[in-house]
Design a protein around this ligand. Structure first.
Ligand SMILES: *Cc1c(COP(=O)(O)O)cnc(C)c1O
Length: 362
């Protein structure tokens, strides 16, 4: 059986080493020493100034919206994970969907302006599969109309645009450290902000809004993460280069094996390099996707229609909106199995089956 993703697990010994320290200290959660150490190491690794380690990426999106006091309408992408939209609604705002670009699969920045009304307060865009949005144009539009920008960078761990971390764009970026992501702390997330005031505010929000033990500065929530999760984050950070190298090999092998297949892939940002978080392919039509998916499933190989269906047509709490490019792409895109210890033999087998499936569809 080959699943679509499999969480990375480091050697058990390296994790249990941290556990002995936790037992000695008896400090299990609440911004403990391991959580602090992880924040310091992540800041250095990502080359960012202000970062908070929290309990998950979804909470990060909600805290971002809350901390910027957003209201009214938020312009967003329908081609993302449900948390991108649900967090807008959860925070009492209304998502306004703008279609995606058929090449990058990110929000089409050239269509944002026509969606702006006097109720628009922000843009919330996703760097889909780790591929950076048109951050320059989005920034220009935000400045012109005085809007805030939040990036759902859940897929974009380690990505840079030019020399700069992708997390430094916009007012706030969030990343998910969930077990199925490229780099993880079992459950977890990070929030990156550019200034220390906002950092301080978010730190207070993370901890129930406490300013001191006996006073409050904010409406807060519990977004802290534990020492056990921090320990997993610390061990996995030692492996991030190995993880990336191994996934690059898998990525290239897929590319090589599937050269003759009639599919296309997202077009990557000119000044950025893939972080090998996902392996999506776009078929010529839904029938080919479906046949391939079912053919692989009969051989116990599991793929995922990620993202399908469009968030603008599937959520019971938002008005349905048809969007030509999103509806088209989401029907034809499939993510293939992609995880760090997927072997070359397994990739070759998957690719043979995909080619068989496509030949039998024609
Ligand atoms: C995983 C993911 C999230 C949610 O992150 P969690 O840590 O699971 O809460 C949000 N947005 C996107 C695009 C994701 O892939």
């Amino acid at each position: 059986m080959i699943p679509v993703v499999k969480p990375f697990l480091p050697p058990k010994k390296e994790y249990t080493k941290y556990l002995s320290d936790i037992w000695k200290r008896n400090w299990l959660t609440n911004m403990g020493p391991l959580s602090n150490e992880l924040e310091v190491r992540l800041k250095r690794h990502l080359e960012v100034d202000h970062l908070l380690f929290i309990n998950n990426g979804t909470m990060g999106l909600q805290m971002a919206i809350k901390s910027l006091d957003l209201n009214g309408e938020i312009i967003t992408t329908p081609f993302s994970f449900v948390a991108t939209t649900s967090s807008i609604v959860w925070e009492g705002c209304r998502p306004v969907f703008v279609d995606i670009c058929s090449e990058s699969l990110n929000i089409d920045a050239t269509k944002i302006e026509e969606a702006i009304t006097d109720k628009t307060s922000a843009i919330l865009a996703t760097h889909v599969y780790g591929n950076p949005c048109d951050v320059v144009l989005i920034d220009e539009i935000a400045q012109k109309y005085n809007l805030k920008v939040i990036y759902d960078a859940a897929h974009a761990f380690g990505v840079k645009v030019g020399e700069k971390s992708i997390f430094e764009y916009g007012d706030i970026s969030i990343c998910s450290l969930h077990a199925t992501k490229l780099y993880h702390s079992i459950e977890g997330g990070i929030i990156v902000v550019k200034n220390s005031d906002l950092h301080k505010k978010l730190a207070s929000i993370r901890n129930f809004g406490f300013e001191t033990v006996e006073s409050f500065s904010e409406l807060g929530i519990n977004a802290k993460n534990s020492e056990f999760h921090s320990a997993m984050g610390l061990v996995n950070l030692d492996y991030i280069d190995k993880i990336t190298k191994s996934r690059e090999r898998i990525y290239n092998r897929y590319n090589e094996n599937l050269k003759t297949l009639k599919v296309r892939r997202p077009k990557w940002h000119k000044f950025s390099k893939n972080n090998y978080a996902y392996y999506p392919i776009i078929f010529e039509n839904e029938r080919q996707l479906y046949n391939t998916m079912m053919y692989l499933k009969r051989h116990e190989i599991y793929t995922r229609r990620y993202f399908y269906p469009s968030l603008a047509t599937s959520l019971p709490y938002v008005e349905t909106k048809k969007l030509v490019v999103t509806d088209n792409i989401s029907k034809k895109i499939l993510c293939l199995p992609f995880y760090t210890d997927l072997s070359i033999e397994e990739i070759d087998m998957i690719c043979r089956l995909i080619i068989d499936a496509q030949n039998s569809t024609e």
